[in-house]
Design a protein around this ligand. Sequence first.
Ligand SMILES: CC(C)(COP(=O)(O)OP(=O)(O)OC[C@H]1O[C@@H](n2cnc3c(N)ncnc32)[C@H](O)[C@@H]1OP(=O)(O)O)[C@@H](O)C(=O)NCCC(=O)NCCS
Length: 185
Amino acid sequence: MKNDSMNHSIARENYASSDVLRDGRTLHIRSIRADDKRLLQESWQALSKQSQYFRFFSPKDKLTEADLLYFTEVDLVNHVGLGASIVSDDAEVPVGVGRYIRSDVGSNAGAELAFVVGEQYQGLGIATILLRHLVLIAREQAITEFTAFVLPENTGMQIVLHKSGLPMKQVINSAGVLEITLSLT
Ligand SMILES: CC(C)(COP(=O)(O)OP(=O)(O)OC[C@H]1O[C@@H](n2cnc3c(N)ncnc32)[C@H](O)[C@@H]1OP(=O)(O)O)[C@@H](O)C(=O)NCCC(=O)NCCS
């Protein structure tokens, strides 16, 4: 019991880790914080219209104040957000975000999964690394499956999920969106 609560506290308050990208650069991963709003907005506005569309399924060139609150003021239990950055010229450059949000607060079962990786950093394995960390945290918190809502034309996200090696199921919902479920058990 004691170890469990220590682990949860690490996940909630200051999750931090480093990984090496396939191009040799170091990727820093940490929990998203309330003071990340400006970074998040700048990173969002630097994305292509297609990446923005793939995330929200509608045009969205700017995050609203409500979005920024929702995406940065997370409790790291029901809503876990991780930011990935690299250090360039002594500055922290945000390169991606991965998050999960429990689908049913109070139940320990499922969570919705989402990622955004900056255009010039896509294909370096960043979403894959973020997913690995989210899986670790989710399993610690007894979450049994992730569901991602993915447009059929978004092959990149489908490949990331497929390559996770986790048992995967997918259905196409009434809106024509793929609901891809990864089992964490
Ligand atoms: C989808 C997305 C998150 C992938 O992030 P990423 O960091 O580029 O993914 P990775 O580098 O971890 O890719 C994992 C594998 O998928 C492959 N892959 C990723 N995107 C691909 C694409 N568009 N086409 C073909 N393969 C792709 C990678 O090459 C890699 O395979 P490899 O290990 O054999 O090289 C990123 O493209 C993105 O942010 N898109 C816009 C927002 C979005 O679609 N979010 C998902 C909706 S929730």
